[in-house]
Design a protein around this ligand. Structure first.
Ligand SMILES: Nc1ncnc2c1ncn2[C@@H]1O[C@H](COP(=O)(O)OP(=O)(O)OP(=O)(O)O)[C@@H](O)[C@H]1O
Ligand SMILES: [Mg+2]
Length: 275
């Protein structure tokens, strides 16, 4: 009897094997650091802006790329309303604020206009921001990621040379579940995880007593359990929130504030691991 081969043909196997992707660095930048979390609203943008400014005060040249196409926060948090200029109508020039070069979809659309875009349009916007922006001599470009593990994360991980990612989370159990998903995604995509940050870690009352509103120690435990670095705790702080809403992040507004010092400690550690 004629035995039929049931295995996959070589040609088919070649087709389904992922191609090795070329990862390009972002022009004009040395190191790309993404600020991520699988869960929304845990403080990524707050961390990204204060961390960027803390790196700047350590004499680094820094840029922020707002990769949150559906919910950009950088224009508001950096107090920017300007539209970026363009060179030859092709290349966008970042808007500079507090010595940081910034780019966001929020500069190009009205504050109240929703971005009703499908995935491929988002991917194409990310490509424009990474390939067609005139970033100038940056030591670090900080990417403020949207929440989740979707198109934007995949585009960065597969097509752009991301030198490391910092994962931000609150210590709440429901947020920690998402952190595990985030860690697994970046491990799978071979993007180095620089460490985990525990944001809104606790609230300190005027009497000095700490309240663990979202639980305690979860992020650090998770970092240890997954052999990742734990970068530190940032408490819930009204000055941090007010500064973010006012358009001048706390690290810039008051570098001597105890929260600003936490950001500069983390920035120093990260800077030393690269430069
Ligand atoms: N440690 C903190 N203390 C007080 N308020 C904070 C702290 N961290 C963040 N916030 C506030 O919490 C809100 C959410 O923070 P932020 O926008 O940075 O989160 P996000 O993770 O970027 O959200 P999204 O997933 O929507 O992008 C903001 O109003 C911010 O000012
Ligand atoms: Mg955000």
């Amino acid at each position: 009897m004629n035995k039929k081969e049931t295995g996959l043909s070589d040609a088919f196997k070649r087709n389904i094997t992922p191609k090795s992707l070329t990862k390009n660095p972002i022009n004009g930048t040395k190191f790309t650091i993404a600020i991520s979390s699988a869960k929304g609203g845990v403080g990524k943008s707050t961390f990204a802006t204060n961390f960027a400014l803390a790196l700047k005060s350590l004499n680094c040249k820094v840029g922020i790329l707002d990769a949150d196409i559906y919910g950009p926060s950088i224009p508001k948090m950096m107090g920017l309303k300007e539209k970026p200029k363009s060179e030859d109508g092709k290349i966008l020039i970042p808007v500079e604020q507090y010595g940081i070069q910034c780019m966001s979809i929020g500069f190009l659309v009205d504050e109240e206009t929703p971005m009703i875009w499908r995935g491929p349009m988002v991917t194409s916007a990310i490509k424009t921001f990474t390939q067609k922006v005139l970033w100038k001599n940056l030591d670090f470009i900080i990417i403020d990621m949207p929440p989740g593990t979707g198109d934007t994360q995949l585009t960065f991980a597969q097509e752009i040379k991301v030198d490391g990612v910092i994962i931000v989370s609150t210590p709440q159990e429901i947020a920690l579940l998402d952190v595990v998903r985030g860690i697994n995604m970046f491990d799978k995509l071979k993007v180095p995880i620089l460490g985990l940050v525990d944001n809104m870690s606790f609230f300190q009352n005027e009497d000095g007593k700490n309240y663990n509103i979202f639980g305690e120690g979860g992020v650090e435990k998770l970092a240890n359990g997954n052999k990742k670095k734990f970068l530190g705790k940032i408490p819930i702080d009204i000055d941090l929130r007010v500064a973010a809403d006012s358009g001048k992040p706390l690290t810039e507004k008051n570098p001597n504030h105890k929260i600003s010092k936490i950001f500069s400690g983390i920035a120093k550690e990260i800077k030393e691991s690269f430069l």
